[in-house]
Write a protein that binds this ligand. Structure first.
Ligand SMILES: Cc1cc2nc3c(=O)[nH]c(=O)nc-3n(C[C@H](O)[C@H](O)[C@H](O)COP(=O)(O)O)c2cc1C
Length: 361
């Protein structure tokens, strides 16, 4: 073993063969929440990519928690059955562990898919009222009542129970990117005066309630983590100090890892560059005894290996690099002098059997 990237990692009750994670990526290709052929192709390829873990895209826990009409969901028997078939197929296509990100879009719901512009759905496009900590002036965003919070928390729990039945190894609660749980956490979206607004302790209350309720129904053998924000990148928004407090509270509730992202709750100038979110993840790792993953503009094998070798985080999560090259780990192994076992169908492209691999530099 020459690299750090390809060393195994134990998180909670699961051991991953390496520290490479495929980031959740919305595909906007579902039918009323049901996975489609596209998901088989997309997730099947990634299951065989050589990554230690593949995270399925943000999956809505209730219909109103979708971003678009085409978002994946886990709120009905039909959703569960379609996803179970996709995941069973992935198990035959590769050996990656499989995780799912459970999400609620909150005020970011009821939109067109990105390639149709991503705008709010017009009246003739079957829009739905969206839920958030605080209402909007135009009435399209409803401030959650206690009954709404109870319903949404139960929806997370029900979706988690379905995810266990589908057979996932990892369940992740999405508390980033400006979606509902992040809306509660951030003072930029949460203007409530009750026990869910104001001080951080109050803003964390609903996300922590949801996490705790999910963890309680998921067996110990399944890893449960969260994607959290390291910064809102806006004055008056969440800072890494608040993220540390949140991560610590999650850890005390049985959270196995945090995956640290940023932004998305309000317009911000984000200095996007190589590994730009790693410092947040590293701060959290230093301060909280929890497994931490870094994400964002991690692109090359050497960069990924250096991040792990530095001890900044435990694992790296990559999104667009896997769209660019769904066999990214094979390429990384070649660059870092590691040997990954290829499925027999692909064995003739192993570096030791394929002279052409030397031409790749
Ligand atoms: C097509 C696409 C879909 C995405 N969907 C999700 C998602 O479902 N959940 C999520 O947390 N992040 C999502 N993201 C963000 C990525 O997971 C990742 O955090 C971000 O792209 C930065 O990583 P990268 O520089 O490796 O692409 C998406 C990104 C892309 C490119």
């Amino acid at each position: 073993m020459n690299s750090h990237l390809f060393s195994s990692l134990t998180v909670g009750a699961q051991t991953f063969s390496n520290r490479i994670v495929v980031s959740p990526m919305c595909q906007y290709s579902a039918n009323d929440g049901c996975a489609a052929d596209w998901h088989r192709m997309h997730l099947g390829a990634l299951a065989g990519s050589g990554a230690g873990l593949v995270m399925v895209e943000a999956t809505a826990v209730e219909r109103a928690g979708r971003i678009t009409h085409a978002c994946l969901g886990l709120y009905s028997d039909a959703n569960e059955s379609a996803l179970a078939q996709t995941i069973a197929f992935c198990r035959t296509a590769g050996s990656a562990k499989l995780g799912i990100q459970l999400a609620h879009s909150g005020r970011k719901g009821s939109c067109e898919v990105p390639w149709d512009g991503g705008a709010k759905l017009a009246a003739n496009r079957d829009p739905w009222p969206t839920f958030a900590p605080s209402a909007s002036g135009d009435g399209s965003v409803v401030a959650c009542t206690q009954a709404d919070l109870d319903r949404i928390k139960q929806a997370f729990v029900d979706a988690a129970v379905r995810a266990v039945k589908v057979g996932f190894d990892v369940i992740e609660v999405h508390a980033g990117h400006g979606y509902l749980l992040h809306q509660f956490l951030s003072p930029l979206a949460n203007r409530r005066a009750d026990q869910y607004g104001g001080e951080l302790e109050n803003r964390m209350r609903f996300p922590l309630d949801v996490f705790e309720a999910v963890r309680a129904v998921v067996p110990e053998r399944i890893v449960v983590g969260a994607r959290i924000t390291g910064s809102d990148w806006v004055d008056g928004g969440i800072t890494v100090q608040e993220a540390i407090v949140f991560a610590r509270e999650l850890a005390t509730r049985g959270c196995d890892y945090v995956d640290v992202t940023s932004g998305g709750v309000a317009p911000a100038k984000i200095p996007v560059g190589p590994g730009y979110q790693v410092p947040f993840a590293s701060e959290i790792k230093k301060s909280v005894g929890i497994c931490v993953r870094a994400v964002g503009m991690i692109v090359t094998a050497q960069q990924a290996d250096d991040i792990i070798a530095s001890g900044a985080v435990d694992a790296v999560t990559l999104a667009r690099a896997f769209i660019d090259n769904p066999h990214w780990p094979y390429e990384a192994a070649r660059v870092l002098g590691e040997e990954l076992s290829y499925p027999p169908q692909y064995a003739r492209a192993e570096p030791k059997l394929w002279p052409g691999s030397k031409l790749k530099g």
